[in-house]
Design a protein around this ligand. Structure first.
Ligand SMILES: C[S@@+](CC[C@H](N)C(=O)[O-])C[C@H]1O[C@@H](n2cnc3c(N)ncnc32)[C@H](O)[C@@H]1O
Length: 323
């Protein structure tokens, strides 16, 4: 029998738990995972790497970079790890703007890590990316000043999520847990063709995946859990990240690039949905045409100086704690 993907990972995880010391567990993982297509579950079934990356470029843009760095408590000369780093956009930005930091990113998904490595090479920055499970971090005890995650905590049991992060944090080191408060958007997108586009999406069967986001819980519960793990200075922030509001930027060039990024995200999402749902070529063409027309119309408005102040945002929960 050939064991692949998640089944194989779960199996490997069970075996690894048999090792007493984390060093042995790491070596075992390294041995089993080396050069093998361990897991592309996320990139193939939830969100393609390209879609993840364009959506993160949208969110973490020049306009709100300071807010992200403030929430992540990034300072110079820190040793930083992101768990579940996906396409690596956050980690790459940290290294670009704080080159004195020593930065690491791990993710379970092979494809995400391959992409992250290539991108950091293109950006000519020195970032350490590795395929690994947050349940078995391949790092020594007490080795990081800051360990953070963005939209990971809701996907696995809290004990699995936190134990290893606590172990690799230095005493006094910071843990930052970020996630989006889903369903709390009150966006006002550019509405030209929006109804037609949404009607088309509604007709496409949505791919189901019960496992994703199944451990989401209110921030006070997460904070109580951190308290039980004896973290100190447990704190909570709630922010709205406005990632798209081109008319308010007062900078046409930047506004155009925001509109373009927004279109790329929508396009990547449409392609992902289309590919996974295997919709007919007519629907596919109709949807892509509509998105393109909507994008072109939005650019035209901007160029003719007609302001509509459309906006999109996301509700971000940030919990921080000290080991
Ligand atoms: C919603 S994505 C967020 C990615 C990234 N943090 C971001 O915001 O761009 C969740 C990520 O967690 C990763 N992931 C899920 N379970 C994991 C685990 N047990 N260990 C490490 N990564 C995991 C997935 O592969 C995926 O890349």
């Amino acid at each position: 029998m050939v064991v692949t993907g998640r089944t194989r990972n779960a199996f490997v995880g069970e075996l690894a738990r048999g090792f007493e010391s984390h060093r042995l567990r790491q070596q075992f993982f390294k041995f089993v995972c080396q050069g093998v297509n361990v897991n592309t579950f996320w990139s193939k079934t939830i969100q393609s790497t390209e879609l993840l990356d364009t959506s993160r470029q949208e969110k973490f843009n020049g306009h709100n970079r300071k807010l992200w760095f403030h929430l992540l408590q990034v300072r110079d000369n820190l040793k930083i790890l992101e768990v579940g780093c996906g396409s690596g956009h956050f980690i790459n930005m940290i290294k670009l703007y704080h080159p004195s930091c020593d930065v690491y990113g791990i993710d379970l998904d092979d494809e995400h890590i391959r992409f992250a490595k290539e991108k950091s090479k293109r950006l000519k920055i020195d970032v350490h990316y590795q395929v690994a499970d947050v349940k078995h971090l391949p790092f020594d005890d007490n080795s990081f000043d800051l360990v953070f995650s963005h939209t990971l905590v809701e996907h696995l049991p809290f004990d699995d999520f936190v134990q290893e992060q606590k172990r690799v944090l230095k005493d006094g080191g910071k843990l930052i847990v970020m996630r989006v408060d889903m369903g709390k958007n009150n966006d006002k997108p550019f509405t030209y063709l929006e109804d037609e586009i949404n009607a088309l999406y509604a007709g496409i069967p949505s791919p189901k995946n019960a496992r994703v986001g199944q451990y989401v819980e209110d921030p006070d519960i997460t904070m109580q859990r951190l308290d039980q793990y004896q973290f100190k200075n447990i704190n909570f922030n709630y922010n709205r990240i406005i990632y798209y509001m081109p008319d308010a930027l007062g900078n046409k060039k930047e506004a155009i690039s925001q509109i373009e990024r927004n279109y790329q995200t929508k396009l990547a999402y449409a392609m992902f949905v289309i590919d996974r749902s295997k919709v007919g070529s007519k629907t596919r063409k109709r949807l892509l045409d509509l998105l393109k027309r909507q994008y072109e119309e939005r650019l035209k408005l901007l160029r003719s100086n007609k302001k509509i102040f459309d906006y999109q945002s996301s509700a971000l929960i940030t919990i921080s704690a000290r080991k």
